[in-house]
Design a protein around this ligand. Structure first.
Ligand SMILES: [Zn+2]
Length: 346
């Protein structure tokens, strides 16, 4: 018995490409959308691709199988894991790539991913080790107390993909993938994140979400992370002509992408302003202290995301000389207002 995913949605683009959204439970209280792209006759598709794999949880994998069954029983689509032509990975995060080892027991479909995502997948253990040591330095820089830093790092010890994975097709931004999918590099939330354009529909991965900003980290953690890249990627999405609908990797479709991009931008500006205000009110604090004032009493996973986000905001403002860094105790940076008055035309 396979489990049905919580929901399946069908989108047909103007050229007749079918995009099915399977919403599956990556983790407890974290649903994620996996997409199935089909072209050609329903009874004999000429192209069958899966976009993302869900998490490493077997229950999540079962939901994907249930979703594929549902496409067959409800829409008559001839699609199964064995018949896939392609697996596309939007970015290198656990809820998007974790299911890969389970899937690859059933399919040899070639993987496509951005070169920076491919790099993380090639040697996950090594990538994890390197990222942990940089993470430790970043925690020191933000002024996270030593015991919290140790506890948080301990929860990140295990890479989600146990063994190295070969990406057959490193996505090119010049050529259409498989002849019809436009690839846009949208770093910021993840270094190797891509948005996929299919006719008037854009799959934005975690870059543009309906209800929230995606988690952000400072670029000092890894090149191509951070707010600067995130905002640039927003412009890249905006500039792609003819987008009518956005299918994000979490949550419901976005029918007015232009309005959503603008709302996200305003949200970022509001957050930047609050950071500037905090630094102005009490100069000489660390990022950890600023985050504690902005977001008091948060449970651990959320506190962690908000701390990373605050670090990304501060880094962005420091790059623009709106904030100035000084070295405090134990390598933690402390912050004062810089020479530049806030020009927040993001
Ligand atoms: Zn992500």
């Amino acid at each position: 018995m396979t489990a049905f995913p919580p929901s399946v949605r069908r989108t047909v683009t103007h050229s007749g490409t079918r995009i099915y959204t399977l919403e599956v439970d990556a983790y407890r209280s974290l649903p994620v959308n996996v997409f199935v792209i089909l072209r050609g006759p329903v009874s004999q598709p000429t192209y069958r691709a899966l976009v993302d794999t869900g998490s490493e949880r077997p229950a999540c994998f079962q939901q994907i199988l249930g979703g594929l069954d549902h496409l067959h029983s409800t829409y008559g689509e001839q699609v199964g894991l064995e018949a896939l032509d392609r697996i596309i990975l939007t970015h290198e995060h656990p809820d998007h790539i974790g299911g890969l080892p389970l899937l690859q027991r059933h399919t040899r479909a070639p993987l496509a991913a951005h070169p920076l995502a491919a790099e993380s997948l090639r040697d996950p253990l090594d990538a994890q080790q390197r990222s942990l040591s940089v993470q430790q330095e970043v925690y020191r820089w933000v002024g996270l107390p030593e015991e919290m830093s140790a506890a948080w790092l301990a929860t990140q010890k295990r890479p989600v993909i146990p063994a190295g994975v070969t990406v057959a097709t490193e996505l090119s931004l010049q050529e259409l993938l498989d002849g019809f999918i436009q690839v846009i590099h949208v770093p910021g939330h993840a270094a190797g994140q891509v948005a996929l354009g299919i006719d008037e529909v854009l799959l934005t991965a975690d870059h543009l979400l309906p209800g929230s900003l995606p988690p952000l980290w400072p670029e000092r953690l890894r090149p191509f992370l951070g707010l600067n890249h995130y905002l640039r990627s927003l412009r890249a999405v905006e500039q792609r002509p003819g987008i009518r609908q956005v299918l994000p990797s979490h949550g419901l479709p976005i029918d007015r992408p232009d309005q959503r991009v603008e709302a996200v931008r305003q949200k970022v500006i509001g957050k930047l302003e609050r950071v500037i205000e905090q630094v102005g009110t009490a100069p000489g604090r660390t990022i950890f202290e600023i985050a504690q004032v902005l977001y008091p009493d948060q449970p651990a996973p959320r506190a962690r995301l908000l701390l990373s986000q605050t670090a990304a905001l501060v880094e962005y403002l420091a790059e623009r000389n709106v904030l100035t860094e000084a070295r405090g105790k134990q390598g933690a940076a402390t912050w004062t207002l810089g020479e530049q008055t806030a020009e927040l035309g993001v």
